[in-house]
Design a protein around this ligand. Structure first.
Ligand SMILES: [Zn+2]
Ligand SMILES: [Zn+2]
Ligand SMILES: [Zn+2]
Length: 143
């Protein structure tokens, strides 16, 4: 199937911008960073692409079939999109942080953490995506 019309008009530009960022990050190398931390920006950019698709779908700018096309192209993760529709998962950062039998620190609301600590999680560097007022899609500081 060729590129859907609504993909081209609604989100293609945004997706391509993220692709460029991805390429930059991937070319950057990992000097001075631990391997996991080097992957954080990549994880976040992958989630960001899914988010673009998700928001366009919610606004009715693209159709379900276009969303599926994006999933087939590897542009978005349909699992993540369906999670975002569930209460409490609206800001979920990535699928790695909700693996069975493991609750990532970033899924613990800040009020339930000792000293309300904002610790970046090891999977994707998310500092918290369980709170309503906090969005995992800010350009979080990656130190
Ligand atoms: Zn998170
Ligand atoms: Zn995550
Ligand atoms: Zn996490």
């Amino acid at each position: 199937m060729s590129e859907p019309e609504d993909y081209r008009t609604a989100i293609k530009e945004d997706i391509e911008r993220v692709n460029q960022e991805l390429q930059l990050v991937q070319n950057e190398g990992h000097e001075g960073k631990r391997v996991k931390e080097a992957l954080w920006p990549i994880m976040r950019l992958h989630s960001k692409r899914s988010r673009i698709v998700f928001e366009a779908l919610e606004k009715g700018e693209i159709s379900i079939s276009t969303m599926r096309w994006c999933a087939d192209q590897g542009i978005c993760d349909p699992q993540l999109l369906s999670k975002w529709r569930k209460p409490g998962y609206r800001n979920l950062c990535c699928m790695l942080c909700i693996q069975p039998n493991h609750t990532c620190i970033c899924r613990v609301p800040k009020r339930d953490r000792p000293n309300r600590a904002t610790t970046a999680c090891e999977h994707c560097g998310c500092t918290g995506c369980a709170d309503q007022d906090c969005c995992g899609f800010d350009d979080a500081v990656v130190e």
